[in-house]
Design a protein around this ligand. Sequence first.
Ligand code: ZN
Length: 331
Amino acid sequence: MDDQQEKEELKQLAQCLKDFLGLDRYYTNPYSILYFLSNQTLAHIEENKHIRFSSAEIAKSVAKVKSEPSAWISQNWKKINSDLKQKYEKSLSEFALSRGLNKYPWVAKIDSTGGAGVQAQYHIVGLEIDTSIVAKSDNLFADEPYDIQYVAVQNLKPSYLARFIFNNNDTAIGWRKWLLVFTPLAQIILYLLFALVFILAFDKKSHPINTQDLVYLMFVYLAYRGCKYTYQRSSIFFDDRLIMASDHLLGFKEANVVQEIVTVNDAEGEFLYKKVQLVKYVSVCKVCGSQVVLEKGEPSFLRRIVGRCKESPREHVYSFDRVTKKGLRLI
Ligand SMILES: [Zn+2]
């Protein structure tokens, strides 16, 4: 392979990583190091400069670390190459495939050969895509028209409750899945008991209606609203297979996550089992380039989950097809 071709490939890999990271920004050091490397690799290819970066270069730009850059980088390198790689591998591989790449971009480390002042270097590389983990459906829908393409980002911050139910990589399988069915049922029973207590208390009164009775009635009404809300949410979830995840399941500051039922088939297409998973799908707005996240479609699109641009949530609205992961502009 000649130099020019190698450069072109590296450029595509770096661009792929940069765009993928740009879908959902995080302000952590490992994330910033990856972003720095993809961004600087692109810039340096254009300027014909070096494409391997030393610990000091990275540490100075990313975190303004002046002393001991090697120690700072090694600490973050462990997170990049284990946790982050595991989290990103599937979605980043799918993202790379959708761009026609046959490898997915990641970062490699070249250990220093020793000697005073010689530091480890980091650079962008293409890694083999593990075809057993990527969604096979992608090619089936290659001809589907679309305006934007959604990517599932894997680094969710679920609540403690969700970590218990969705314990398998943000997925609930087996008996934990049934908890999601029985929890709303238990909630409805609790609301009914709550209402019953106040109805009985109200019933025992012999004097004319006073303020206390009105408070009781208000509680009965609130219990009724609670029942109705819980019932509607669960019936929509089982009918539509997709619902915005409840706030109870999400960590602080986490939003725009959906809870979906997914059918898992084997390689021959035979049904294996169903699972429930929490996923955050994001995309980039075709109009203004901002992030598109999923939200409820109401009031304009009843009972639908749509992609809304963060900069113009009422105007730049896209459909969301959870099977093809594609969206068309609705407004
Ligand atoms: Zn927009």
